[in-house]
Design a protein around this ligand. Sequence first.
Ligand SMILES: Cc1cc2nc3c(=O)[nH]c(=O)nc-3n(C[C@H](O)[C@H](O)[C@H](O)COP(=O)(O)OP(=O)(O)OC[C@H]3O[C@@H](n4cnc5c(N)ncnc54)[C@H](O)[C@@H]3O)c2cc1C
Length: 497
Amino acid sequence: MEIPRACDYLIIGGGSAGCILARRLAEAGSDRVLLLEAGPSDEGDPVATELARLDEQDDSYDWGYLARATAASRHAMRYDRARMLGGCGNHNDCAFLLPPASDFDAWVMLGASGWDAAALASAQRRLEQRVNIEAAPAGNAIGRAFIDAGIACGLAEINYRETISSGVGWFPLNADGPLRQSASIAYLHPLDRLPANLQVLTGTLANALLITEGRVAGVDTDQGRITARREVILCAGAINTPQLLMLSGIGPGEELQGAGIPPVLDLPGVGQNLLDHVAGNIACEMLAPPPAWERTPCEAVATIRVDPDAPAPDVLYHFIPTLRDKYSGVDHFGGVEHGLKISPNVARPQSRGRLSLTGNSIHDAPNIDLNYFSDPEDYDLRILVAGLRFARRLAAVPCLARYIAREILPGPQADSDADLADYLRDTCETVYHPSGTCRIGKHDDPLAVVTPDLRVRGIAGLRIADASVFPSMVTVNINNTVMLVAERAAEIIAAGE
Ligand SMILES: Cc1cc2nc3c(=O)[nH]c(=O)nc-3n(C[C@H](O)[C@H](O)[C@H](O)COP(=O)(O)OP(=O)(O)OC[C@H]3O[C@@H](n4cnc5c(N)ncnc54)[C@H](O)[C@@H]3O)c2cc1C
């Protein structure tokens, strides 16, 4: 295919956000939209598009990053980031939850005016017209046992599509039977029937932005240069978007100089404010192989409030009746073959990590410092310790306990808060929700990277629309919110804001 050399809107990154934005901008008028993706197309690849085949995705579907060990979370971990059309929406478990309105109120407080739940309602409606959402199939017997254990512990069974409150239930999935409803599948497939003014270019790696006289004019790629008459919009995700900005000379000035990159714009917030959901596990050996699940092992969910006056649940549990390695990276489980994990995560963590460069090329993997458990009040650790204790209560309810031979981790000897905190520092996991690294903020926020209309401060012709722009973490799995950011971005851009 011949590479186009010019377009009106150039979108970099064909993931959850980029596919939606590309479709919507093309539908909004006659401007030529080009979506550029480093990885291959997902169309016709069942390993990418069928949810139940996630574990068959090998390293070729991923950027292969590692998050480094820190003083407070003491082990490096694999940090999956999809490299294919559809992005992490083809790499995930399709848990699809809309955050409570209080999360967006927090965004507004931090400077994201126009991003309250009421203002986002029309974007969410359009999203739901395009993306099929259905409850995880209720036939998963051990998932049902988890839900019944939650009820026995005082939680209400709730419909998570209608409310995010304390409770237990089935995950809503962005799926249509066995098929994912990722942004590529729901908004772009079939690729041979795209609007005439939309072109999708896969297998094309962006190296850096082209900047002339204070304006972003296009992008340099491994296939040559492409210019954009109107705007370039970065949708490369919360790791690669700040990486591309920094490689283009936009970021913390001194750091760029240190990496041998001539600074174009000193924007200290680029790469800061790295948010993620940190998780721990109660892991148990099972008496027998688990009953089969249909789509994904991760079909049941629970939410609790540790702090009674919290605006929304402060712990979210994934119930996972397997010890599959994809989500541990490290084998903490001593070779046990059949097991389950009750995996709480801190819904609104207070620790903030940071992303930085390790070199001046797109091929140098960035330094991902999640900085878990670093908040000065130890809020994250306290909430997660409480989350582990409640997980143990769930595991002890007879309907679930009848599947369990023994607790492997942390093991019954770990009982004090100090023991559990120590265990978490050694074994914590990510839920793979990096966000916030180019946050929306107030005009006097020194770490704000974009204004509420998603324009990058201090430079013309450039916006960001992906998980990077979150001012703070949302209570639930983030993909619905990322897709919402893209729908809202399309509204903003089409309105000429
Ligand atoms: C293993 C895993 C499980 C998850 N499970 C869930 C879940 O069940 N529910 C949920 O809500 N969320 C889940 N998430 C998170 C969610 O899927 C992501 O947060 C979301 O998809 C991120 O969307 P994005 O558009 O910001 O980035 P991405 O979807 O990552 O898209 C970025 C795209 O940009 C491309 N790109 C990057 N750099 C370049 C470059 N230089 N040139 C060209 N292209 C580039 C990438 O290849 C990628 O396709 C999970 C994530 C992972 C990794």
